[in-house]
Design a protein around this ligand. Sequence first.
Ligand SMILES: Cc1cc2nc3c(=O)[nH]c(=O)nc-3n(C[C@H](O)[C@H](O)[C@H](O)COP(=O)(O)OP(=O)(O)OC[C@H]3O[C@@H](n4cnc5c(N)ncnc54)[C@H](O)[C@@H]3O)c2cc1C
Length: 455
Amino acid sequence: MTFDERRVRNRNTAPIGLGPVVYWMQRDQRVQDNWALLYAATAAKERNVPLAVVFSLVDTFGQTTYRHYDFMFKGLSEVEVTLRSRDISFFLLRGEPTKTIPAFVAKYDVGEVVVDQNPLRFTNAWRSKVADLLPVRLTEVDAHNIVPVWVASQKAEFAAYTFRPKITRLLREFLTEFPSLPEVATLPRPPANDWEALLDAVKTDRSVAAVSWIMPGAQAGRKALRAFCAERLSGYDIGRNDPNENAQSNLSPYLHFGQLAPQRVALEVRAAETPRDDRDAFLEELIVRRELTDNYCFYTEEYDQVAGAHEWAQKTIAEHAKDVREYVYDRVALEAGATHDPLWNAMQIQLRQSGKLHGWCRMYWAKKILEWSADTQTAITNALYLNDRYELDGNDPSGVVGVMWSIAGVHDRAWNERPIFGKIRYMNFAGAKRKFDVAAYIERWSGTPATTLFS
Ligand SMILES: Cc1cc2nc3c(=O)[nH]c(=O)nc-3n(C[C@H](O)[C@H](O)[C@H](O)COP(=O)(O)OP(=O)(O)OC[C@H]3O[C@@H](n4cnc5c(N)ncnc54)[C@H](O)[C@@H]3O)c2cc1C
């Protein structure tokens, strides 16, 4: 198998040793359609050395809660079973990767570690430290983006319109079918993990419950993709803007946990027999908008700070810093959904209960946090906290950019100036009422009859 080397970069200059190749799985938690695993298997086969997969489990990262661990563990248990069926050993390590990965490398005399790509600060810090500590090569493969983030563009893009032509041009080369996984030798198989017991033991915040509307795992992800293509892709272009419709794909949790490859989704959607407008609208979100979020986090050190925003946005934010806010809610009030706005409160209830807020609602939800916060940085921090704590797809570059787009104008342009928002795009209740049946939405999520609200 020939491997496109543009998907790969070295994280250190240490030599490749003679021992096994290990894939340190992090973001891309799947066996099929995984460029990092394919790269590691190809390297092992070429060198005639064993291959193994390791996952280093920490008890807490980002704003994760029991909800995320439940989804992730069910996916990882499937990874373990699938790897076993292909005779590839899977090792679950417990603790900070900065300790577990070097120790594993020493124990098995590993010759090369391959890791997948994630631009978020905390996981990237792990990779940097592990790269420094390892006596052998740490190789990073972008298995999450269709076009590797460092190939798509060499800088933080200004907006979707500057990124679109670049990534579209490269799709001819990168949006290809996946090769099959080569057969290789493996390390001695460790005992299978008891994932139920692990889930019971993990020291995570259990106050955010697991959700049952979505089945975790790679198989369930592929099933959901097929069902979406067959039943809902047709009509997506128009329907996705109505929060009362089930018109979005609901694939983001699978994409976030790497249980489904974006490249697989793009290939299936491209081949679907549905109207062109629907396919194009979906691929714009999946490819241009989603991969732009990795671009932003990859090239912007202060990606969750006002300092990460465009110059025009920083200027307008500074100019409106002292504007009087009619309502100011702290994190506790926001988290409880205890504001004066019944629509926002219903959204917060949906977020807390279901772990997935509709795409349009996410914008309104974040913009109101800007309107009701003492300052813009507090708004960003609180919105990200709530997003990452409750959204099943949270702790992701798409969440960072969603919040930064809504609150700090990232990838957006300047709009008409108004109090508090300055030139940041504004959204309000009247606009929501024009867009969809707000009363039905509120009644559904907060149980408050519409007549009480609008009389
Ligand atoms: C304030 C705010 C917070 C957000 N937080 C997250 C988050 O934590 N995690 C997350 O994955 N997405 C986030 N988004 C982006 C987007 O809302 C979700 O990806 C989308 O609603 C997920 O539902 P879906 O899979 O049904 O989307 P679909 O409409 O079916 O879209 C298909 C895929 O395209 C991608 N996509 C769609 N819309 C966007 C977008 N605006 N930006 C980037 N990629 C997009 C996603 O990967 C999505 O799964 C956020 C947006 C905003 C405004």
